[in-house]
Design a protein around this ligand. Sequence first.
Ligand SMILES: C[C@@](CO)(OP(=O)(O)O)[C@H](O)COP(=O)(O)OP(=O)(O)OC[C@H]1O[C@@H](n2ccc(N)nc2=O)[C@H](O)[C@@H]1O
Ligand SMILES: Nc1ncnc2c1ncn2[C@@H]1O[C@H](COP(=O)(O)OP(=O)(O)O)[C@@H](O)[C@H]1O
Length: 266
Amino acid sequence: MIAFPNAKINLGLNILSRRPDGYHNLSSCFIPIDWCDVLEIVESDQFQFQSTGIPIPGDENTNLVIKAYHLLKGNYDLPPVSIHLHKVIPMGAGLGGGSSDAAFTLKILNDLFDLKLPVTELEKYATQLGADCPFFIENKAKLVGGIGEVFESVNLSLEGYQLQVVFPGIHVNTGQAFQSITPEDPTHWPKDVVIKPVDSWKDKLVNDFEKPVFAAHPELEEIKEKMYGEGAIYAAMSGSGSSIFSIWEHDAEPVSFPYPSFTHQF
Ligand SMILES: C[C@@](CO)(OP(=O)(O)O)[C@H](O)COP(=O)(O)OP(=O)(O)OC[C@H]1O[C@@H](n2ccc(N)nc2=O)[C@H](O)[C@@H]1O
Ligand SMILES: Nc1ncnc2c1ncn2[C@@H]1O[C@H](COP(=O)(O)OP(=O)(O)O)[C@@H](O)[C@H]1O
């Protein structure tokens, strides 16, 4: 069975409070985007994992795809599988690619072996793999709270707009980025801003990670400012960075950068 785990971007990302377990409560609007990996899982004689495309750092057993398989295997009598992950989504980019691979692994195994796990159960398993993972189970634009596992539907349409996402190659460590933030309530909440026209979002829809990450990497802020300077309606960093995205009128020509990038007409 083959699937195409996609990335996400954060429209606004406010870090509200630090919890006793070290995690942070946040408020954001997540939207899926069509920048995708390729993930194939088939039944096999023995467990096998192969990855191609962008090399994934770290020991193979830290790969979230393998962790997702073992998590389900702990509770279900799963046969061995052969997994092929073709990595396209940049990593450490604030795009949630690894989390998406993990969530799609759960969904494929659920379908392949007819486990009949409902969405709520899949989301619980996904939360054990990473705070961003449960979003990719339903994989629809959502207002997100808690540490990333509390969802509210949102009436958001970007139809008629164009999205640009640029990955400038700087890898941001998510855990360290959270440590550099002083949590507080925002002046404007994402749920109130994203339902208004896109041209009202600037300065209201804020990603709290921008301040510390831009201070460490001023070239990222320059990319955002260049997007605004060339006509973007809204521009911001996604997640803990370092991807910068911008929203344009459908007939605009987004400024180009010498980095991996993705554009999409909604
Ligand atoms: C910041 C966000 C926003 O969408 O995205 P990315 O930049 O990673 O894409 C997410 O909250 C990232 O979620 P995810 O990357 O799954 O986090 P995890 O693997 O669970 O945790 C990585 C590190 O971030 C910290 N963390 C994560 C989520 C959260 N709500 N509070 C935290 O403090 C954890 O303490 C951990 O040290
Ligand atoms: N399947 C996977 N794809 C990408 N990264 C993975 C995967 N499994 C584990 N990782 C680890 O997670 C880290 C963060 O990757 P990713 O989730 O794509 O970025 P981000 O958290 O910035 O959205 C990577 O640097 C890598 O060490």
